[in-house]
Design a protein around this ligand. Structure first.
Ligand code: PEP
Ligand code: MN
Length: 329
């Protein structure tokens, strides 16, 4: 049975008659603007099909997630931030787990760029398992990230934990939603409304379907710039920190129009495993990698075991890009 119907509206078409027809049926609806098009989503499917001259085409979608599927949008969504395009070609976001340093930040930022980073990542508000662990530098961390952006000319991504902090993220290009907050629906809605691209981590305990449904929460607020990020899930296997679900990366690339990112660092848990997991993600179709790189990994105040050096990033970038070339031409 069809659960949802998506009407993609013709450019500049008048939808008033369509909306009246929808009103005459007792169905729920959302009218959204996504990717420059008007979209009308209705559910459940009415007993008699709704037709209207304003509809360019429609899709019937039977599933637990709707807006994130290719069923209504065949082409890949691409997101451009300050010169980096995600969802077309291949990009690397690299930088520290937390910005726990404040000296030589400009040099470090430039070295990340030289080693192959297209985007700089850096945590300022950190979601730590223990309240007694380093919680990040907060606003000051965001300020340091801004200095790294200015020095390198690269766009930035940082995790937002609390919607109340949104004003601190003015200079951050991409808002990251962490694995622990993947189903914090109010945070998803509020982050969406900030109008910036959202890098959406998969909850470590979420199924593939639940992950794509979280993307629907962001898109339902009218923001289609969502990057799906696989970062490893909890399984019975504990030889790596989390189990990187490469199958879900391949599936998301097939079934969703959204760009797919892989975070090999949090799945690996140890430096040695970051490169093989990064390469396997590319083989599965990942458009982007999110890699933790620290100026002095062993002294990092969070995730010290999994952060790599700038030299290792250069090697990872070299191998990753040659694999992309080999597989995708
Ligand atoms: C991070 O990328 O900084 C992070 C905390 O990752 P995750 O939410 O995937 O654990
Ligand atoms: Mn980390």
């Amino acid at each position: 049975m069809v659960k949802y119907r998506v009407f993609v509206i013709k450019e500049n078409a008048d939808t008033s008659r369509l909306m009246e027809k929808i009103g005459e049926n007792s169905v729920s609806f959302r009218k959204l603007n996504l990717y420059g098009r008007t979209i009308v989503l209705i559910w459940p499917d009415p007993p008699t099909p709704i037709t209207d001259s304003s509809i360019a085409y429609e899709a019937a979608i039977d599933g637990d997630y709707v807006l994130s599927t290719r069923e209504w949008k065949k082409d890949n969504t691409t997101i451009t931030v300050d010169g980096a395009t995600i969802g077309e070609g291949f990009v690397i976001a690299a930088g520290p787990c937390s910005i726990d340093f404040d000296s030589d930040v400009e040099d470090f930022a430039r070295s990340l760029k030289k080693a192959g980073a297209d985007i700089i990542r850096g945590g300022a508000f950190k979601p730590r398992t223990s309240p007694f662990s380093f919680q990040g530098k907060g606003k000051q961390g965001i300020y340091i990230l801004k200095k790294m952006k200015e020095a390198s000319g690269l766009p930035t991504v940082s995790e937002i934990l609390d919607p109340e902090d949104i004003n601190s993220f003015g200079d951050v290009d991409i808002l990251q939603i962490g694995s622990r907050n993947a189903q914090n629906f109010q945070l998803l809605r509020k982050a969406s409304r900030a109008g910036k691209p959202v890098l959406l981590k998969r909850g470590m305990g979420n199924t593939y379907s639940e992950w794509l449904a979280t993307a629907d929460y962001v898109m339902e607020q009218g923001n289609g710039s969502v990057i799906l990020c696989e970062r490893g899930i909890r399984t019975f296997e504990n030889s790596t920190r989390f189990t990187l679900d490469v199958g879900s990366i391949a599936k998301a690339k097939r079934e969703s129009h959204l760009p797919v990112c892989s975070d090999p660092s949090h799945a690996a848990g140890t430096r040695e495993m970051v490169l093989p997991l990064a390469l396997s993600s590319i083989a599965a179709g990942s458009d982007m990698l999110l890699v933790e790189v620290h100026p002095n990994p062993t002294h990092a105040l969070s995730d010290a075991k999994q952060q790599i050096t700038v030299e290792s990033l250069a090697e990872l970038s070299k191998q990753a890009r040659s694999l992309v070339k080999l597989l995708r031409g």
